[in-house]
Write a protein that binds this ligand. Structure first.
Ligand SMILES: *Cc1c(COP(=O)(O)O)cnc(C)c1O
Length: 456
């Protein structure tokens, strides 16, 4: 039998735990984030063999290495086939420059990849132990709908989603509120940060211990592991046979969960030449990479790539840990990371709203490819990198930029920029006529706490 892989906390004060415990807890008791004690390795010839197998098979081969012995191969395979029943298109833009559309899942953002797998794994472990869980999540749009959709109808999990009423589009709201059953949606006349603060306070309130609260945002290791898979997938589909190549990825980033999936994939053995980490005007990370000094941005800046309006990425502590440093949950660095190594692997740039809009317009004009604001930040970041690195500009270098949401989630902006109303994907059809289940709540912790105690 293989030794079970254990998970440690980035704050280094909590005991190591097996995967299922890290998954059900979300955050470690010392407020750190869980990471595997050693990153599983995949030999290059096995990575090459992925070219011949479909997405769910790659997902199985990659993910089983993170949870040896915890779940049988057959059980894991069933969960994976059920979770990944949608396509993952790689669309050529020019030469060997591609975008990977991660927007074909049921809620049309890349968050479906992680939420669907995390939900199924949680249900699996809860079924075995007979326990129940109450998931609390604050959302600025995409997380709430992906999580609500992924957990909808599960017997042993209740979900409470808090969202800022005025910061979410009609379409995004209806993706959450038209579900019902075990999905409880609370609208607040507040900012996203206020919703987040209520959730955090509930997690640290001993009066609520009996509710078995857990979190579904990207601090949960169960959301990161599934996000390693599509990096392997892109490489497997686009690499040239008999040619030892290295791929460049560009990742539009907010809380850095998506990007951490990529970094883990590289640490597992995927031949990545460079990660471009593209942020919007929230430029705390590019500044940190350049200077080694970290300063979060408070309050975060509002940009049209709204899912990336993050002034302190919650996964940054994990990145720092993988490069030998230590950052606590407040963003204070206790041991410096190997910045030279980080700069070798990562290029980072902040992209303004103006640049984002120009990119959407230009890419459509030049290549007839429709991007939405988040994907456009990724593409613009990649172009910035190539501008400064002429050796990688040629047609031989394979580059993939991640498109993290479907353009139909942002119809007004796209219509204004390129005069086109992006057609709705099947998953977003039929929301208009459905009844909505939503409760409004004042921004007050006492009210929120009473709601939780009286409802569950
Ligand atoms: C959440 C989100 C992002 C940012 O991903 P992180 O993992 O938080 O960096 C980017 N684009 C879209 C559309 C998102 O929903």
């Amino acid at each position: 039998m293989e030794q079970p892989l254990l998970y440690y906390s980035t704050n280094l004060l909590a005991p190591h735990v097996p995967f299922h415990e890290a998954l059900l807890r979300g955050q470690a008791p010392d407020r750190g984030l869980y990471l595997p004690v050693s990153v599983p390795q995949i030999p290059l010839d096995e990575i090459y063999s992925y070219s011949a197998i479909p997405y769910p098979d790659i997902a199985f081969d990659v993910m089983r290495r993170f949870l040896p012995d915890e779940i049988s191969g057959t059980e894991l395979e069933v969960l994976i086939r059920d979770a990944y029943d949608f396509p993952v298109p790689l669309e050529k833009v020019a030469g060997r420059k591609f975008i990977m559309r991660l927007d074909q899942g049921p809620t049309a953002s890349f968050k479906d990849f992680a939420a669907r797998m995390m939900g199924r794994l949680m249900q699996h472990y809860l079924d075995r132990s007979g326990k129940k869980l109450l998931i609390l999540t604050a959302t600025s749009g995409d997380t709430g709908s992906a999580v609500a959709n992924a957990f909808y109808g599960m017997d042993n999990i209740q979900v409470v989603v808090l969202f800022p009423e005025s910061e979410v589009t009609d379409r995004q709201r209806k993706q959450m509120t038209t579900l019902g059953k075990n999905v409880h949606v609370l609208a607040l006349d507040a900012k996203f940060d206020d919703c987040q603060a209520l959730v955090k306070q509930a997690f640290s309130d001993p009066d609520l211990d009996h509710l078995s609260l857990s979190s579904a945002n990207s601090i949960n290791i169960g959301r990161l592991i599934p996000q390693t898979v599509y990096y392997f997938y892109a490489f497997s589909r686009l690499r040239m046979e008999n040619h030892p190549e290295q791929i460049i990825f560009s990742v539009p980033s907010g809380n850095f969960g998506d990007m951490m999936g990529g970094i883990l994939a590289k640490k597992m053995g995927l031949p990545v030449k460079k990660f471009v980490i593209a942020t919007n005007a929230n430029d705390e990370f590019p500044n940190y990479l350049a200077s080694g000094n970290y300063e979060k941005i408070e309050p975060s800046r509002n940009c049209i790539s709204s899912a990336m309006n993050v002034g302190h990425p919650s996964n940054l502590a994990r990145l720092v840990a993988l490069y030998g440093g230590m950052m606590d949950e407040k963003g204070i660095i206790h041991r410096a990371a190997d910045m030279a190594m980080m700069r070798k692997d990562i290029f980072s740039v902040s992209v303004s709203d103006q640049q984002t809009r120009e990119t959407i317009r230009e890419v459509y004009q030049d290549y007839k490819v429709v991007m939405e604001p988040h994907g456009a930040v990724g593409w613009a970041g990649m172009m910035e990198y190539l501008k400064g690195n002429p050796a990688d500009r040629g047609n031989r270098q394979l580059c993939v930029s991640l498109e993290t949401a479907h353009p139909a989630k942002f119809p007004e902006e796209i219509l204004r920029l390129i005069g086109l109303d992006p057609p709705l994907p099947v998953s977003l059809e039929g929301l208009e006529g459905k009844p909505e289940f939503v409760k409004t709540l004042p921004v007050d912790y006492k009210d929120f706490k009473n709601y939780l105690i009286n409802t569950f």
